[in-house]
Design a protein around this ligand. Sequence first.
Ligand code: ADP
Length: 498
Amino acid sequence: MDTVTLDPRLRHAGGFLSRQAGMLIDGKLVPAASGKTFAVYDPATGATIANVPEGDAEDVNRAVAAARQAFDSGVWAKIGPSGRGKILWQVADLIEKHLEELAELESIDNGKPYAVARVADLPLAVDMFRYMAGWATKITGTTLPLSLPGEYLSYTVREPVGVVGQIIPWNFPLLMAAWKLAPALAAGCTIVLKAAEQTPLSALRLAELIQQSDIPPGVVNILTGFGETAGAAIAAHPDVDKVAFTGSTEVGKLIVHAAAGNLKKVSLELGGKSPAIILPDADLDLAIAGAANAIFFNHGQCCCAGSRLYAHKSVYDKVVSGVADIAGKIKVGPGLDPVTEMGPLVSDEQFARVTGYIDDGRRSGARIAAGGDRVGNLGYFVAPTVLENTTPDMKVIREEIFGPVVCAQPFDDDDLEALARRANDTIYGLAASVWTSNAGMAHKLANRIRSGTVWINCHNVFDASLPFGGYKQSGWGREMGAEVFHNYTEVKAVTQAL
Ligand code: ADP
C-alpha cells in the first residue's frame, strides 16, 4: 500500500480518507476478494490520497450473485413503487447531509474546484434521486385497441429489466453514479455499479450511505477496480441482464462486443465533438461568455463540451479574442484552493493526451490564441487553450480531446443547409449550441442538427427531466427524464380473449 498524504486544507473528508473504505457487496462493506488495493492520486500534486479495494472478476461474480438473488427474491419489487420512491428520497437526504464531505472528495479525487462540486455536481446528484423518486410510482403501460376480429383486452406493463451492470466515468463521479443508480432503482432493478479507477472515492462514500439507508442488501452493489478487469467482467457476465455504460466511444464498442455473449441489453453514453455556433445577430457578450463556458466548464472534461467553435466571419475576430481573453483570465490551481476556477486534469494519462492534441494542432498549422501549455511543474494542469486557423480535416477538429481546448473556425455560409452540414461533419452527435437573437433561425438549425441535445443561447444546461444521449457514435439510448426508463424496463404485452 502506498503511504497516504492528506491535504491540510481538507475540512470534511479527512475522516473518510483515514479509514480503509470497502466495496458494497450484498449489504456489507468488504475488501477485494484478492486482498489487493490500488492507489488513488490527487491530480493537483500526484500524491497518494487513498488506497482502495482492487475489485476484479471474482468480486464481480459475488456482486452479481447478490444482485441476482435480490432481484429474483423480489425483495426490492415487493417494497412497491411508493416505498421505493420513499427510499430514493432517503438516499437524496443522506447525500445532502454529507454534501460538503462528498464535494471535497470529488475535488481532491477529480481535481475540480470544491466550489463547483459543491454547487453543481452534488445538488444535481441529490436532485436526480428526488426526481427519480417521483417516477417510481409513474412507470406505467397502456391499454391497446386491437383491430382483430373478436373481443380482446390488451395492455402493456413495464417491468424492471433485471440485474443491471453500470460502468461510469471519472468526469462527474458522484453525479454519474446518481444518473445511473436512481432510475434503475426507481424501475425496480438491482445493480452492480463500478466506479472509474481514477475517481473511486465518492462512490465508496456513497456505498456507506447506501448501507445506512433502507435499500435491502444486494439491491445496490458498488465496486472499485480497473476497466479491463472488473469492468470487462461486468460487461461479459452471463447473469447481468443489461449494461449501462458512460465513457469513451472506444470502450463503448468493447462493451457491445462483450455484451453479445448473452445478448444483454446495452445503453451507451459516449463521446462528442459538439459545435457551438455563433450567428452574426447573436448577443455577443452572452455568446462569448457562453462559448467559453461551453468548453472550459469542468476543464473541458465533458462529453458535450463545446469543442468546435463556429462563428460567422463578421463576428469571428471579436469572438475568438473574447474567448481567448476569458481563457487567459481563468485562475488555474488546486481544486481545494478557494480562488481556483479551473483545477488540474484528472490524471497523467489525460494530461499527456490533451497536451499531445495541442502539439498536434500546432504542428498541423493551428494558431494558439490562448494557452497551449501546461501550468506549473507539479500536477496535471493545462492552460485553457484556444486554437484557431483550424481546418475540417485536422485531428483536433475530428477527434474528441476531452480537455480545455477549443478549435475555432469562421463560416460565411448564409445558407442554413451548409451551416448544418458543417455542424454535422463529425462521427458524433451528442450536443450542440446555437447563439442567435433570431428564434426562427435557432429552431430551423435545431431541426437540422443531428444530436441528442440542442441548446439555444446556452450550453451545458442539465436537468433531471431532460433526456440526454447521442445520435451516431455518441451512443445508444438516453439518460434522465422519462426516456431513461426505456433503458431499465422491458415491455410486456398481455392479451386476453374475452
Ligand atoms: P476514459 O478513456 O475517459 O478514461 P473509459 O471509457 O476508458 O474513459 O472509462 C470509462 C469507464 O469504463 C471506467 O469505469 C473504466 O474503468 C471502464 N472501462 C475501461 N475499459 C473497459 C473495458 N474494456 N470493459 C469495461 N469497462 C471498461
